[in-house]
Ligand binder design. Structure first.
Ligand code: ZN
Length: 572
């Protein structure tokens, strides 16, 4: 049975004012258009229109997954702790995992992802080579105790996700499935009217060797990506590998010289005082790692990438040195730390510092800098690592193009896991010759509630949402201008019945409110086709509007069903 929904304060509770705490427009419109309501921080109830749109997104995901040969199943939300302990992630996950204890004192978590459960299951089945490859997926609510839930469904504590897990006899087979999933993700994005960039990504807590993220470029995104227009290279900022350029430092060899720089501790102050650009100044950022001081040296025009630094240090438990920690490290002169003659301190240099000449850096002496400093002659940039973020115009690592830096919303993330889970969890298959071999795995996530809000984020104007028809909660709204007028009500009911026969769902606004409010709400809710039933019906006419393009036309009542059908074909 197709849905026929009536506009009311309960079913479609639109809001005229912008709700508080909305930092991105997608979140604001999800609330104002009556798609969802917050229940607690990062937890939402989906209202009828929100749910309807979500189901459209999830059906697209389901269809594309089935086309790849993946098979749907459903795992529980409550996961016993045992398999998570076996993989080590019971501890690694930390406070992001929602944990609880049952009445018998057994530990559980609310699943944030399901590698452990599914791998355990497949392992117990003890597959033979004939049972593989197999790719299993579910579309299910997931839980993550975010420290700062925000941006509505973009960073929620309870959200919906499609998660797939593939099991293979070897890496070649994994590569084939990975490629099919990659293509399916592109197709899902296309069908949801989302333009995506695929970028190389770090494997993080999931682990594995290779991974790609599917990014929708948007200022509402929390990820930073580096992209090359020329060759299509793209990478998450935490992984990107811009080529170190030769632009750090000066051209000529100079004598080293001490300069009095009273109170000048910032790159800007120093470069202004010396009358040189920031590309001549070495920046020092101090950290505390496991109780020790660490000095990270990077070119003055860059920032330290915390994620790259974490990858280099193989831990993320470090923090920028606080002022109250300075006294514990007497060999350091904060604000004036430089690599020449620095003692008792761990150091890391950005790769770009190697070979730099004629640079300015701290003199390790209060109120003094050194100028004319040269790497190799005055200090050695060792170890040199990729620890700085890229900046606009950096050289692409794959061609001679220039990188652009953008923000993105990650809607999907796929991983080649290899043996990361099958080894510790002992998942093996019996090969043709009877030998036991470890199963090779892949995993593939896609946030469906996140896709929903991203569609709203990417498709709106200053009046409200402009739903692309493939994911619109309902395709058509009928607006009855005067709910006291029986003729108008009757016309709406007839048209609604006719559309129902054509399997076209409708939302009817027959509230006793002013036409202005109803028009505003129709644009805010943003269904693809609006049909206005007003005074023109005395001449046998209705108004039809395509929300996306604002194209309006008069249609005859007797042809209205066909006109709506045609308009829907035309709608994007
Ligand atoms: Zn390139």
């Amino acid at each position: 049975m197709k849905m026929m929904l009536k506009f009311s304060r309960v079913t479609v509770p639109t809001l005229r004012e912008k709700p508080v705490d909305c930092e991105v427009v997608g979140h604001e419109l999800m609330l104002r258009a009556g798609l969802m309501r917050p229940v607690s921080s990062g937890i939402y109830m989906m209202l009828p229109l929100g749910l309807s749109a979500l189901l459209k997104v999830e059906n697209i995901v389901r269809e594309e997954m089935n086309k790849t040969g993946a098979i749907e199943l459903e795992l529980p939300s409550l996961h016993p702790s045992e398999s998570w302990q076996a993989s080590g992630r019971w501890f690694e996950y930390g406070p992001e995992m929602m944990r609880l204890t049952d009445r018998h004192g057994r530990d559980f978590c609310l699943g944030p992802t399901a590698e452990e459960l599914i791998t355990h299951y497949v392992g117990k089945a003890a597959p033979s080579y004939r049972d593989l490859p197999v790719n299993l997926y579910q579309i299910k609510t997931k839980f993550r105790d975010e420290p700062r839930p925000r941006f509505g469904l973009l960073r929620a504590r309870e959200f919906r996700m499609k998660d797939a897990y593939s099991f293979h006899r070897g890496t070649e087979e994994l590569d084939e499935t990975y490629e099919r999933m990659y293509q399916a993700y592109l197709e899902i994005a296309r069908r949801c009217s989302l333009e995506v960039k695929v970028v190389e990504a770090s494997t993080g807590l999931i682990g594995g060797d290779v991974s790609h993220e599917f990014m929708v470029l948007s200022d509402a995104g929390e990820d930073t990506v580096s992209l090359c227009e020329k060759c299509g290279y793209g990478a998450n900022a935490e992984l990107e590998r811009h080529r170190p350029t030769l632009r750090f430092g000066g051209e000529e060899e100079e004598e080293i010289e001490e300069v009095h720089t009273p109170g000048l501790t910032s790159i800007d102050d120093v470069s202004e005082f010396m009358g040189v650009p920031a590309r001549m100044v070495l920046k020092c950022v101090l950290y505390v790692v496991g109780g020790d001081a660490l000095a990270v040296f990077i070119p003055g025009y860059r920032e330290v990438s915390t994620k790259k630094l974490a990858a280099v240090l193989k831990t993320d438990s470090f923090h920028p040195m606080r002022e109250d920690e300075f006294p514990f490290f007497p060999s350091l002169t904060p604000g004036f730390v430089g690599p020449v003659g620095l003692r008792d301190t761990k150091v890391i240099f950005d790769e770009e510092v190697v070979g730099a000449r004629n640079i300015i850096c701290g003199a390790n002496k209060e109120d003094y800098h050194l100028k004319g400093v040269e790497e190799k002659r005055d200090f050695r940039a060792e170890p040199a690592m990729n620890v700085a973020s890229s900046v606009e115009g950096d050289e692409c690592p794959s061609c001679d193009g220039a990188l652009t830096i953008s923000r993105g919303i990650e809607i999907g993330h796929i991983f080649k896991l290899g043996l990361k889970y099958s080894k510790p969890l002992g998942v093996e298959f019996t090969d043709r010759d009877g030998s036991l071999m470890p199963v090779v795995m892949g995993t593939y996530g896609m946030g469906t509630t996140r896709i929903l809000q991203t569609v709203v984020e990417q498709h709106h104007d200053d009046r409200g949402i402009r739903w692309p028809k493939a994911v619109a909660p309902i395709p058509v709204e009928l607006i009855v201008l005067n709910s006291e007028n029986n003729e108008q009500i009757e016309t709406a009911e007839n048209l609604s019945r006719e559309l129902e026969k054509k399997e076209i769902e409708v939302l009817i606004d027959d509230r006793s409110l002013s036409p202005g409010i109803k028009f505003n709400d129709a644009d805010l809710v943003g269904l693809p086709i609006q049909v206005v039933i007003g005074n023109k019906i005395s001449r046998g006419m209705l108004d039809l509007k395509l929300r996306y393009t604002s194209i309006k036309r008069d249609v005859e009542i007797r042809n209205a069903g066909g006109a709506v059908e045609n308009a829907l074909k035309e709608a994007r």
